[in-house]
Design a protein around this ligand. Structure first.
Ligand SMILES: Nc1ncnc2c1ncn2[C@@H]1O[C@H](COP(=O)(O)OP(=O)(O)OP(=O)(O)O)[C@@H](O)[C@H]1O
Ligand SMILES: [Mg+2]
Length: 250
């Protein structure tokens, strides 16, 4: 039986899809049997992070009962397998049971993107997954909303892997790792800094761990992936030097 890990947040736009894309790719590169699933059925965009747009069938059709598993698994040029949701505007009703059935039919590690908050579709991802990663930015609105979804996930006896703090700038007005751990009562498993090339990497459909591999954000994504796989992480040597060389500042 596989592992299904849902990536959830209270507030929207805090980096769920970016996290799913990068840790899935990093896990694939670690040799794990991995599928990245776009569980954000209504406003899907995981496939765009990989520059993939054309899909005869998607997760939406599976949930409607009109496609089977092997019709909706697409392989990225890296070899990573992705189950996309439709990029088109579609009415999608409650399909929680089917999502759970679909995810339970998968082997290996399955990282599932979700929509934010506590609406039907995000609740379905929480219901359907066995393990949860929470992601938030270090600001009050993100943290309070994160507390709410975390409470729901805890109520459902999900295994909570921890929180990823994203877009950290190291400013005094941001909550620290310790404060976030105290507020949420779960460990912070990763701290991803604000990454200047993130938008550029999304525009090019290339995840940041490939687009800017020596950046602190990329190294942190890889470290999180290693911890999910239970593998020792060996930080790349001289990344700091490569960052300087690639920045063109010397
Ligand atoms: N560490 C980072 N540094 C800079 N920009 C980031 C970082 N992480 C995410 N972003 C940017 O933040 C925006 C939102 O990211 P993303 O789409 O991953 O969030 P989301 O939680 O999936 O949003 P939604 O709730 O709408 O699904 C994107 O423009 C992305 O490039
Ligand atoms: Mg998203």
């Amino acid at each position: 039986m596989g592992r299904t890990i849902g990536v959830i947040s209270g507030k929207g736009g805090v980096g769920k899809t970016t996290l799913v894309a990068n840790i899935s790719l990093a896990l694939h590169e670690l040799g794990e049997n991995i599928i990245a699933v776009d569980g954000n059925i209504g406003t899907a965009n995981l496939s765009l992070h990989f520059g993939m747009v054309h899909f005869p069938k998607t997760l939406n059709e599976v949930l409607e009962g009109n496609a089977s598993l092997n019709e909706v698994v697409y392989t990225h040029t890296s070899g990573l397998r992705i189950v996309p949701s439709s990029l088109a505007i579609k009415q999608s009703g409650a399909s929680g049971r089917k999502l759970k059935d679909f995810l339970s039919s998968l082997e290996g590690i399955n990282i599932v993107d979700s929509s934010p908050g506590l609406h039907d579709q995000s609740m379905e991802v929480i219901n359907a997954c066995d393990e949860i990663i929470l992601i938030a930015t270090p600001e009050i609105s993100s943290l309070t909303d994160a507390m709410k979804v975390l409470a729901v996930a805890k109520n459902q006896d999900k295994k909570i892997i921890g929180t990823v703090l994203n877009r950290v700038k190291g400013k005094k007005y941001e909550f620290s790792k310790d404060e976030v751990e105290e507020a949420l009562g779960i460990p912070v498993i990763g701290t991803i800094p604000e990454e200047g090339k993130m938008r550029e990497s999304a525009f090019n459909g290339i995840p940041i761990i490939i687009y800017n591999p020596h950046s602190k954000a990329s190294i942190e994504f890889r470290r999180i992936a290693s911890s999910i796989a239970g593998k020792e992480f060996i930080a790349p040597r001289f990344a700091w030097l490569k960052r300087i060389l690639w920045s063109g500042s010397i």
